[in-house]
Design a protein around this ligand. Structure first.
Ligand SMILES: [Zn+2]
Length: 151
């Protein structure tokens, strides 16, 4: 966990039943943003992602992510961590190859941030949309869902 800095603010979050609890340092901004994706897994999970560096995430419970259920599809390098008691997906992490380069990622599902919480209102987040269903990462983010996605 990195020390708090003026440009980040730390919030708590959890799965629904509280088995998974965490702290996350989010960018301190009046215009927070997160992304949704139309790929088969993000869509069905309702995963609403904010990319963090792993240092900005501290697991409080359980002791290690290795104790959290990990759904893997397509690649053993992509982890979707979820609570096996209440079913809520909290973190996506790992690496993937795209156009010959390896990209690492660590994404928090912002829907698991605790509310109410001073300085946090999920209704302020601007949601942008990826076309993951078609691996169309070059297409970038749009303000409205790509075909097949959901607002
Ligand atoms: Zn749970």
């Amino acid at each position: 966990m990195s020390a708090p800095t003026p440009d980040k603010k730390t919030f708590t979050g959890s799965c629904h039943c509280g088995f998974i609890k965490y702290k996350a340092a989010l960018p301190a901004t009046d215009t927070p943003a997160a992304t949704r994706c139309n790929c088969t897994v993000c869509l069905k999970q309702g995963f609403t992602a904010l990319r963090l560096t792993p240092d900005d995430f501290t697991l409080i419970s359980p002791a290690s992510l290795s104790e959290v259920k990990d759904y893997q599809m397509r690649s053993k390098d992509v982890h979707k961590y979820f609570c096996d008691k209440c079913g809520i997906h909290v973190i996506g992490a790992g690496k993937y190859e795209y156009e010959g380069a390896v990209h690492e990622f660590f994404s928090l599902n912002i829907l698991t941030l605790n509310q109410p919480q001073e300085g946090l209102d999920l209704s302020n987040f601007k949601i942008q949309y990826w076309d993951g269903r078609n691996d169309n990462w070059r297409g970038g983010m749009k303000d409205v869902p790509w075909p097949g996605g959901c607002i």
